[in-house]
Design a protein around this ligand. Structure first.
Ligand SMILES: [Cu+2]
Length: 155
């Protein structure tokens, strides 16, 4: 009996906390970040100071379109958004300024497709490390994501 009463109290306390946290998020606009889900973020690093490539999946679980406009990382001077394509058997890539993600849409950044290009490393990084990256959206939303540093051979 005693433990039942405790369970009830405990559940109420948890619910109160959850509502409090939700109110706080709505008040500051942070709740928007919860409509974006990033999975499997990884940064493929080539030897030397050649650019690294960033891959991940991004899902918009919210009800409005979001626009990814860039990224930055303290470990690199600059991060660009690129798209790879193939014409006449030749591989090309070009930078894009923005990428819209519709409600419910899931976009894959993957080899031979969209990727982040990490230019000019300013911090030592090697396989097994983590790199902090912030994804930037047109509504000023900033989404911090920790990328695992991997070898290109693992992709
Ligand atoms: Cu590229």
């Amino acid at each position: 009996m005693a433990s039942n009463v405790f369970d009830v109290l405990n559940t109420r306390a948890c619910r109160g906390l959850a509502l409090g946290a939700l109110a706080l998020m709505l008040g500051t606009g942070v709740a928007q970040a919860s409509t974006l889900e990033v999975s499997n973020p990884r940064l493929s690093l080539l030897p030397g100071n050649t650019p690294g490539a960033g891959y991940f999946e991004l899902e918009n679980t919210g009800e409005s379109t979001v626009t990814l406009v860039g990224a930055e990382s303290p470990a690199f001077e600059r991060v660009e958004m690129h798209v790879s394509s193939e014409h006449d058997g030749m591989a090309h890539m070009h930078a894009i300024e923005s990428l819209e993600i519709a409600p419910g849409e899931r976009i894959e950044f993957a080899p031979k497709g969209h990727h982040l290009m990490f230019m000019r490393r300013v911090e030592a990084l090697s396989e097994g490390d983590e790199a902090e990256v912030v994804l930037e959206f047109s509504d000023e939303q900033r989404l911090p994501v920790t990328f695992a540093v991997v070898s290109p051979a693992s992709l």
